[in-house]
Design a protein around this ligand. Structure first.
Ligand code: PEP
Ligand code: MN
Length: 353
């Protein structure tokens, strides 16, 4: 073959490449149009295995080679997959919690604390509500530091059924009393969808714990209540799972959601969980919701609370959660990681610098 002939063949290949490029993109546009005609569907719905099978059969029947059927099917499956990814990207942009959907930051106002306003906010308090006296002592410290919110678990989702399960509604009553006496917003976790409405009578903000991040009935109930929600990241949840969980709440009408990074399960044992610090800017980019970092449950170590809180604020967190107890050694849960009052003083001083 002469050099001229070779150049000619190469030219033809180049032209075909351009034709393929334009056809593939044309196909992408069509796929997007099809997706638009099926509104409000998640990415799963957009994958239609029956339709894909039919298309592949048709292509295979028309195949005259030189490529074998298996090769052709493989190539087309890749093209189909790329189309599906386009639809998924569009789905993420369409989500109610998406930054693409609403570019301004959501600011959640609870008792004058404007979470998401660019200033760091703090939600501190004991792991569990143990008694009125115990919470009162913590409330005094919180006031002393000029903070406006207190947390405390009344329903404790514990790993072991033999561990302290919390005081239940009695705990919520204690929190409400403290909230009124000290003019503090009170936050507590709810673990059953049917308790959501009643809990809203006691609480200023409702927490959904890591173990319930994908309890979809709780998410739906949280979406129907007129209170801000702190949604904690599940310990094995990806950022995408986390955002979808928030979407569940928003889709039911409640847009006041704070996303709380509280560490994820990894092979690392030096800390209780692994604080996924870069999840903070990712969540801030992908959604318009405020982001909180729970330094207590993510580290499980008192000596790491200050550096973890500093890192959280430096990387853009809107709020920090930390546990404080009058006497952590006798706490009914999380003895290892709650701060005593002296440590709390040092913590607040260090993180406010
Ligand atoms: C809590 O904040 O009390 C708690 C149990 O945290 P998590 O759900 O993140 O484990
Ligand atoms: Mn705890």
């Amino acid at each position: 073959m002469s050099n001229e002939q070779l150049d000619l063949l190469r030219e033809q290949l180049d032209e075909l490449n351009m034709d393929l490029l334009s056809l593939i993109n044309k196909r992408g546009e069509l796929v997007k149009q099809v997706a638009k005609s099926k509104p409000n569907q998640g990415p799963d719905k957009k994958y239609d295995p029956v339709r894909e099978h039919q298309m592949l059969e048709k292509i295979k029947n028309q195949n005259e080679g030189p490529f074998q059927d298996a090769t052709i099917i493989h190539l087309f499956k890749e093209i189909f997959k790329a189309g599906l990814e386009l639809q998924e990207k569009d789905y993420h942009k369409e989500m109610l919690v998406s930054r693409k959907r609403k570019s301004e930051d959501t600011i959640i106002d609870i008792k004058g604390e404007k979470i998401g306003d660019g200033q760091p906010h703090f939600v501190c308090g004991p792991c569990a509500v143990e008694s009125y006296e115990q919470v009162r002592k913590v409330a005094e410290q919180i006031k002393k530091h000029g903070l406006n919110m207190i947390r405390g678990g009344a329903f404790k989702p514990r790993t072991s059924p033999y561990d302290f399960q919390g005081l239940g509604f009695e705990g919520l009553e204690i929190l409400r009393r403290i909230g009124d006496e000290f003019d503090l917003a009170v936050v507590s976790e709810i673990v059953r969808p049917q308790d959501m409405e009643k809990a809203a009578e006691y609480l200023d903000m409702i927490q959904i714990g890591a173990r319930n991040m994908q309890n979809f009935e709780i998410l739906k109930a949280a979406g129907e209540v007129n209170k801000p929600i702190i949604l904690k990241r599940g310990m094995s949840a990806t950022v995408s799972d986390f955002i979808n969980a928030a979407e569940y709440i928003h889709s039911r009408g409640n847009s006041n959601i704070i996303l709380c990074e509280r560490g994820i399960r990894t092979y690392e044992t030096a800390t209780r969980n692994t604080l996924d610090i870069t999840a903070v800017p990712i969540l801030k980019q992908e959604t318009h919701l405020p982001v909180m970092v729970d330094v207590t449950h993510s580290t499980g170590r008192r000596d790491l609370l200050i550096p973890a809180a500093k890192a959280a604020i430096a990387i853009g967190a809107d709020a920090v959660m930390a546990e404080v107890h009058p006497d952590p050694a006798v706490a009914l849960s999380d003895q290892q990681q709650q701060m005593n009052f002296e440590q709390f003083d040092a913590f607040m001083e260090a993180v406010r610098k």
